[in-house]
Design a protein around this ligand. Structure first.
Ligand code: ACO
Ligand SMILES: N[C@@H](CS)C(=O)N[C@H]1[C@@H](O[C@@H]2[C@H](O)[C@H](O)[C@@H](O)[C@H](O)[C@H]2O)O[C@H](CO)[C@@H](O)[C@@H]1O
Length: 329
């Protein structure tokens, strides 16, 4: 829906007496963003998995005019606390979460129906951890699994020394100097990825400003002959409330012309060494798409094991209701 925006008037859509849904434009008022963050924290504590991804949480703040936020209340908005939330991006990707105290009362169904109204056949809604009920709710509304994202964990174990391909050296990322070079190799490495390959300077800036960002954990592989950045391993440390600190292989990418030379393995090992030895972290995690056979083979070899699964649901054969979105063009 690029370039589209919500009507001037709040687009309030009612799905029944008990549930009030309100589609609100970006930017969310700070108090509303805080309520959504608390709702997500409460659900994570109850379910053992975060219902909203980093991208959605980052987009709660700031101007993202192509995003749609949906708030669910029991009764009139403001008359009660937030019962649920859904986010819909311009590419049809979406997430939704219902407060643990409002489960099995139709809020999830109402939120998903509204996402289908707005997203149509492009809707791709996440179910992180594929929790009980996700498949049932999705199936009831004509959705099926369209994508699998595996969450892998590597228990603490010695890290073999990285063996670098000839003519390649490694250094760490310098914010403000390496941005363009990293964006270029990231988009080349992830040219076929639904999200990663389209990251731009704004996406990078969002993350450079995060408390977890640490350039010492962001490794760049450089071709000595050309000086070109040809690969990277960006690590991340999670120190979230209620979780033991752990490291993440956040993103590993190798320029297509350098793939199959041992560079991905070397970069991955260097990042794991950093997380374990420099940051003193025991376990290391990562996300990898189910279709990514190369990455899966690499990580399995390095001792990663499947810990959980996220899935994305999509309308069966694009048969979603063909209702036109409730948004002005
Ligand atoms: C946590 C994440 O970031 S998941 C996303 C990972 N990144 C991407 O998918 C971006 C696009 N792909 C790439 O950048 C690369 O293909 C990577 C990072 C997956 C692998 O990097 P490469 O430099 O090609 O890997 P490298 O040459 O070091 O191979 C290491 C091992 O990976 C596996 N592997 C690499 N490529 C392949 C392939 N095409 N098919 C099967 N296995 C493969 C093998 O086990 C290989 O070991 P081997 O050569 O001894 O058999
Ligand atoms: N290995 C990476 C790059 S290809 C990957 O698969 N990322 C996924 C993953 O991102 C994680 C997610 O945003 C978590 O909320 C965050 O805490 C992690 O740090 C991220 O790695 O899942 C996303 C969907 O939730 C997906 O869009 C990314 O491509």
């Amino acid at each position: 829906m690029p370039g589209q925006c919500l009507d001037d008037e709040l687009d309030r859509t009612f799905y029944g007496i008990e549930v009030t849904l309100e589609a609100v434009p970006s930017p969310l008022p700070p108090a509303t963003a805080a309520a959504v963050t608390e709702l997500a924290r409460s659900a994570a504590h109850s379910d053992g998995v975060n219902p909203l991804s980093e991208h959605t949480l980052l987009h709660l703040d700031g101007e993202h005019p192509d995003d749609v936020h949906v708030l669910a209340y029991a009764g009139d908005p403001g008359a009660s606390d937030l019962a649920g939330y859904a986010a819909l991006g311009p590419d049809g990707s979406a997430e939704l979460v219902v407060s643990p105290q409002y489960r099995r009362q139709g809020f999830g169904t109402s939120l998903l129906r509204m996402l289908l109204d707005h997203g149509g056949s492009r809707l791709r809604v996440w179910a992180h951890g594929r929790l009980p009920g996700a498949d049932e709710l999705a199936g009831r509304l004509g959705l099926e699994v369209a994508r699998e994202l595996y969450f892998l964990r590597r228990p603490s174990a010695p890290v073999p020394a990285a063996v670098w391909p000839t003519g390649i050296s490694v250094r760490t990322f310098v914010p403000g100097e390496d941005d363009a070079a990293w964006l270029a190799v990231n988009s080349a490495a992830f040219a076929h990825h639904p999200e990663q390959g389209s990251w731009d300077q704004s996406d990078l800036n969002d993350r450079l400003q995060q408390p977890w960002f640490d350039p010492a954990g962001f490794f760049l592989a450089v071709d000595d002959a050309s000086g070109e950045v040809v690969g990277f391993h960006w690590t991340k440390v999670h120190e979230d409330e209620g979780e033991s600190p752990h490291g993440e292989v956040y993103v590993v990418g190798v320029a297509p012309a350098y793939q199959g030379t041992g560079l991905g393995k070397a970069l991955t090992l260097e990042g794991i060494r950093h997380l374990q030895e420099d940051r003193g972290l025991d376990s290391v995690v990562l996300y990898v798409d189910g279709t990514n056979t190369a990455a899966h083979a690499l990580y399995t070899k390095l001792g990663f094991e499947t810990a959980s699964l996220d899935v994305q649901f999509a309308p069966v054969n694009g048969l979603a209701p063909d209702s036109s979105p409730h948004i002005a063009s």
